[in-house]
Design a binder for this molecule. Structure first.
Ligand code: 5GP
Length: 140
């Protein structure tokens, strides 16, 4: 866990942001380069780098308000849905090493795509699927 990140500086007010939520563990603010009006970032105040670095209690706190924030964002911009995503690690496009959920409003008439559009897809046999499931289970 790094001591200070761009986002801890935002939480502390050293870098200005448009705050939309603030409690003991969780902070949310508008993304400076919005992908849609209302694009919000939700973070734990403690700078865990990745999702799996967060203790369960902190994850539960953040996740507990994530849905409320998504509903508030949708309501505020009159959106009909939201895409909620974490770029979890550099290879997934994470630029700020402080875990954050992107909450991005979607509108009935826009051209946004589901996250499935990001990937080419993998053609796997049932055997390979079973093997993968076992390997993942064994690592927990
Ligand atoms: P990532 O690529 O790490 O998942 O997303 C980082 C996000 O942080 C980007 O969408 C970027 O626009 C946003 N961001 C970067 N710097 C700032 C900043 O100084 N203020 C705010 N509000 N957002 C930022």
């Amino acid at each position: 866990m790094s001591e200070e990140t761009l986002f801890t500086r935002i939480v502390e007010g050293e870098i200005p942001s448009h705050t939309v939520y603030d409690d003991e563990t969780t902070y949310a603010f508008l993304d400076v380069n919005p992908l849609a009006p209302g694009h919000t970032l939700v973070i734990p105040k403690t700078p865990y780098e990745r999702l799996e670095d967060m203790p369960r209690e902190t994850a539960a706190d953040v996740f507990g308000v994530l849905g409320e924030i998504a509903a508030a964002v949708e309501d505020a911009v009159d959106a009909s849905a939201t895409t909620i995503a974490v770029n979890n690690g550099e290879a997934a496009g994470q630029e700020v090493p402080h875990v954050h959920w992107h909450v991005i409003p979607q509108f009935d008439d826009d051209t946004a795509r589901p996250i499935h559009a990001l990937f080419d897809g993998a053609d796997l046999s049932d055997e390979e699927m079973a093997d993968l499931a076992t390997r993942i289970r064994d690592r927990r």
